[in-house]
Structures are given as C-alpha cells and as structure tokens.
Ligand binder design. Structure first.
Ligand code: F6R
Length: 608
C-alpha cells in the first residue's frame, strides 16, 4: 500500500516528511519521493527502493522548502523505478496518489489528443495533467481540483502541492483513508494517524468522498458534492498510534473498509491495465499447459476463496480442480498426478493443517504455489512459488480483506492459466482484466450500502438461525457469509447452493427464518429467482443482495434488499463479499459481541 504525507510547516520539511514516511513503511513500498516549494518554485527528489536511497539523494541535493508532500509507492501502473515514483509533476503542481484511477486509460488518451506528454507509465500522472489543463484555462488550484475529482473513477487518495502557493495543500479521499493533522501554525496530511504521530495528536479523518483544503492556520472540508462540511477532530492517544484503527471502532470495520485499497494493490501486482493482460510478478516453475488438474487446499475462509477459484480455473482454463479442506486432505492419502500443481491458500501462512497438506503434496512431487498474505511465513518459505496477497496486516480474527485479496490473486492466476492453455483469447483476457480493474471502485460503492445493512442487521440480530443461498461462484460466498455470521455473532447459520434448497433445507423455512439470497445478475439468476419464490411461498423472510430492482423482477417482496451496483458477474463474488461481511459485523455489534476477538477463536491456527 502506498503512503501519503503532506506538511505545511514553519521551516524545511523534507526531513520530517521522510520521517513520517518511515512510519508508513509497514504498508510496504518499492520507491519513494518528496516535493517541496522553495520561493514558490517546485522541486522534487525521488528514488527507487527504500527510504535510505531517497535520503542519500536528499543529502546530495537537499530540499529546503517549508511546504511539501511525500510518498512511498507500491508499484501499481508501471515498474518501481524513479521515473514512476511519486510525486508526479507539471510546471503547475505536484501530486501523490494512493489507489487506482479506473478510467485512466481513456483520460490518458484524451490528454494525449490535447498534446500532453507523459513521463511515466502511472495513472497518477494523468491527475497532474488534468488539473494543469484546468488551471491553464484560468481556474484557481481549488477550482481546478474541484473540477477534476468528479471525473476520476475508482478508489484513491490524493495530495496536491501547487507552484507559487506556499500556504496551500489539497487532499482528497475516495476509498483509501486520509487524515488531516492539526498543528500549531502548521498543518499535516497523512495516510493514517500513525504517520502524523510525532507532529500532532489532533487528527481529523476525511470521510468517504471528501476533499480538504489546508493552509497553516485553517482546513476546510468539502464533501463529494462540493458542500463545505464539518468533520470531527479526534485526540489520538499514543498507544493508538501503535495499532491504528483509523476512524473505525474495530479492526474488522477498518479492514472491511480498507478493501478497495488493498484489493486494488493486489490486482495491480498481477494486472497490466495498459495492455489489459495478466502480468505475474514472478516466473512460474511449471507450465499450466502441462497440467491435467489442480489440487487446492486451505482452511476456513481461505478454503472458500479456493472454492470460488475452482469455478474460475475450470471455466477459464478448462482445468479440473480437486479441492478439499486441509484437515481432510492431509489424511485422505489423495493420489496426486505426477508433477501436478497444488495451490495452497492461507492468510497467515502458518495454519497447521494447510502446512501439513503442503508437505504431503511436496513429498508427492507436486509443484507448490501458495497464495499467502504473510510473506515471511512457513508456508511461503516452503512453497516453490508465492503469489502474494497485498492485504497488509489483518488484525481482526474474522478474515475479511485477506479473503477478497485471495480472490483477486486467484482470479488473476485463473485468467493467466486460461491464456497459457489457449482457452481464452486476447480479447477475452482483456475483458476479464478490465472487469477486475473495476473491483476497487465497485467495492467502494458497496460500502455505501452500510447504513441499509445496519438497519437490516438489527432485525437479523434477533434470529436464531439464518440461511444463506447462492449459485455458482456465489455458493461458496454463501458458505463464507454463514461462517462470518457464526463466528462473530454466534447465530447459527448455514450456507447452501440455492439448487439444494429443495433437497432438504427447505424444511427449515418458516416465518422466523431469515434467508439471505446472494443473486447478482448472471446467467443463472432466473434459477435463483425460482428458489426465492419457493422460500417466499413458505413465508420465509428474504434478504436479497443483488442488483437494484431485481428482486421485483424476480417477483418477490424481500424483507430487505441490498441494492448492489451493476457489474460483470465474474467479479461479483469479490464485490458481494463486502455486504456479506458488513451484515456479520453489524449483527454482532447489535448483539454486543466482541467482533475483533470472538470467543474460542485464534487468528492463526498453528495446532491441529
Ligand atoms: C474465518 C477465518 C478462518 C481462517 C482459517 C485459515 O474468518 O479467519 O476460517 O480463514 O483459519 O487461516 P489462514 O488463512 O491463516 O490459513
């Protein structure tokens, strides 16, 4: 994840900016940069690699400005070199950015037609040019940023510094967090309160869609409709700096809300949006063309990510997938194909059963590819190749952002396998890659349903049992929904393939039974609609999660409807994970449960 810092100071700020960036190192990065104004003139220094490289550059060519912005970059669009490092600049401004600008390709083409030239392969540079174009047309910096923000799609945070404007910084947030720190005649911007810790304990987080106009003595917050708004300032205690929850009450909430950002980073690790192709970060020690089938093993939520991936590998790459929970796999003495592939999925990389399955497969001559979040873990070390998830540390015991990052990684791998095996054309690959690129923005949209979800969760918190239904890739999501609800609210819940309803569970349906139906618009929606009617006919209480208006199309009147944005059905299980997680979170909250530390559960299960 990238890190953003901005300082309106009293004296030279470059050293303080680098110190603040160091506090964001935990987010991971591969290049860094700083820009400041000296006598109103913009100068920047950037370096590939770690902050010590930037410090060397700064010691050779110091920056003395008392206002500046800095950035640690986790390469998304373009390689992690100096050219692509932030800040990006024109003669009018410098900008740093975290996240993905989804429509950057069309905006880039528009700017090229206007004769703008680009120095980097980043999506960030288009923002610098768009604002510059507005300023050249006579707009002030504030007006220019106000004109450009609505044109950007996706999930991102931005900080701007303007030539000649020695008392102005602008920050904007749509998705990734951004905080303003209030000093004494000084003002700060940072990706989180941790970065601002040494400067101030008075912090105001921007709300979703907000942007902020900072001077040394004032800050004005505006919402996405450009209305001036008030945002509360919090006093952040020193201990909170160590494990920052941002402006959330729980890690789980923070981690659910972080998903547009971390899924964006994970996708950027695997996709090249300019070519529309999957570009794996490391060479695979096997060829997908040589495989007859894949074995996947994992536990819990990671297992459900694997189950969804089974659909993708079989559909895109025509590769049969054998998948089992690791605790079963390790003892069932499964015959494995010569030089086959085992994919191991684990957030912690330390789960005992998953590790034992890996070792069994290794002994049986399998190539081991692991999808892990903790790259220093045992599973990562014992694998032949690691395709990491870039979720950042997951503190909440219930897995949320690790799950969606696992899905993002597995989706990219399945597309890659499909191409390698000749089952996907270049056009199909591009369509799927483009669909994946919309995920961070769609997740952001999904998060806006939180209020509706909170209302329905109050009802749900009174239930004794809950049923989740889904078909296709949304069947494993139904299983994941039930697991999430069980583990943090302790309400008994079951996930079922919707088509299985009439083979047994329909006997449970009555007016006390909430049935959560996950039904995006896809080729089998009508089948799920029939299942909903079966539930409705038995007075079951339906909670419909699908595209707005579709419950009506299906002829049912749900007890509640979570209206999701339209999307390619391929990416639906990744985006629909958001309401599923929020339902569990808010239901548990109404019941007064400890959502971050549910009873009997541990974050990393290193015993059998
Ligand atoms: C559920 C959850 C667990 C884990 C499982 C595997 O919310 O977190 O089901 O998914 O224990 O853990 P990892 O992914 O660390 O192997």
């Amino acid at each position: 994840m990238c890190g953003i810092v901005g300082i309106l100071g009293k004296q030279a700020v470059a050293t303080d900016i680098v110190d603040a960036l160091r506090r964001l190192e935990y987010r991971g990065y591969d290049s860094a940069g700083v820009a400041t104004l000296e006598d109103g003139k913009l100068s920047r220094r950037r370096a590939e690699g770690k902050l010590k490289n930037l410090e060397t550059v700064l010691s050779q060519r110091p920056l003395n400005g008392a206002i500046g912005i800095g950035h640690t970059r986790w390469a998304t669009h373009g390689r992690p070199n100096e050219e692509n490092a932030h800040p990006h600049a024109t003669d009018k401004l410098a900008v740093v950015h975290n996240g993905i600008i989804e429509n950057f390709r069309e905006l880039r083409e528009e700017l090229i037609e206007k004769g703008r030239r680009f120095e980097s392969q980043t999506d960030t540079e288009i923002v610098a040019h768009l604002v510059t174009v507005e300023m050249e047309a006579g707009k002030s910096p504030v007006e220019a940023v106000g004109a450009v923000l609505p044109r950007l799609r996706g999930a991102f945070a931005l900080a701007f510094l303007f030539t000649g404007e020695t008392d102005l910084l602008i920050g904007a947030r749509r998705g990734p967090p951004l905080a303003v720190g209030h000093g004494d005649g000084e003002m700060y911007l940072g990706s989180d309160a941790l970065a601002l810790g040494p400067f101030t304990s008075r912090v105001t987080y921007l709300d979703e869609g907000d942007w902020a106009i900072l001077t040394r003595h004032s800050v004005e917050f505006r919402d996405e409709k450009n209305r001036v708004v008030h945002r509360p300032t919090q006093i952040v205690t020193p201990s909170a700096f160590l494990v920052d929850k941002g402006n959330h009450r729980h890690f789980m909430a923070k981690e659910i809300h972080e998903q547009p950002e971390v899924v964006g980073h994970t996708l950027s690790t695997y996709l090249d949006p300019i070519s529309g192709r999957v570009a794996l970060p490391s060479t695979l020690p096997f060829d997908f063309r040589d495989l007859d089938r894949i074995t996947i093993t994992a536990c819990g939520t990671a297992y459900y990510a694997g189950l969804i991936a089974k659909y993708w590998f079989e559909q895109f790459a025509r590769l049969p997938v054998d998948i089992d929970v690791a605790s079963e796999f390790r003892y069932r003495e499964a015959p494995l194909p010569a030089k086959g592939l085992m994919i191991v999925v684990s957030q912690s990389g330390e789960t005992a059963d998953t590790l034992a399955s890996l070792r069994y497969a290794r002994q049986n001559g399998q190539h081991i590819l692991s999808v892990v979040n903790v790259q220093t873990s045992t599973i990562a070390r014992e694998s032949h190749v690691v395709t990491p998830t870039i979720a950042g540390p997951e503190m909440g015991v219930a897995s949320t952002k690790a799950f969606t990052c696992q899905l993002a990684t597995l989706a990219a791998l399945a597309i890659y396998a499909g191409r390698a095996r000749g089952h996907l054309s270049e056009t199909e690959e591009r369509r799927l890659v483009d669909a994946l690129m919309t995920v961070p923005g769609l997740m952001n949209e999904a998060l806006k349903r939180e209020h509706a979800i909170e209302t329905l969760s109050r009802e749900l918190s009174k239930a004794r049992d809950v049923l989740y239904l889904g078909r296709g890739t949304n069947f494993p999501l139904a299983l994941e929904g039930a697991l999430k609800l069980k583990e943090i609210s302790y309400i008994h819940a079951e996930g079922y393939a919707a088509g299985e309803l009439k083979h047994g569970p329909i006997a449970l349906i009555d007016e006390d039974m909430p049935v959560i139906v996950i039904a995006p618009r896809d080729g089998i929606f009508e089948k799920t609609a029939s299942n909903m009617q079966e539930v409705a006919a038995r007075a079951g209480r339906i909670i419909f999660i699908g595209e707005g208006g579709m419950a009506g199309e299906a002829g049912v009147h749900p007890m509640a409807e979570i209206a999701m944005p339209a999307m390619d059905p391929f990416v639906a299980p990744i985006v629909y994970a958001v309401p599923i997680q929020l339902i569990a979170y808010h239901t548990a909250l109404f019941m007064g449960k400890d959502v971050d530390q549910p009873r009997n559960l541990a974050k990393s299960v290193t015993v059998e």
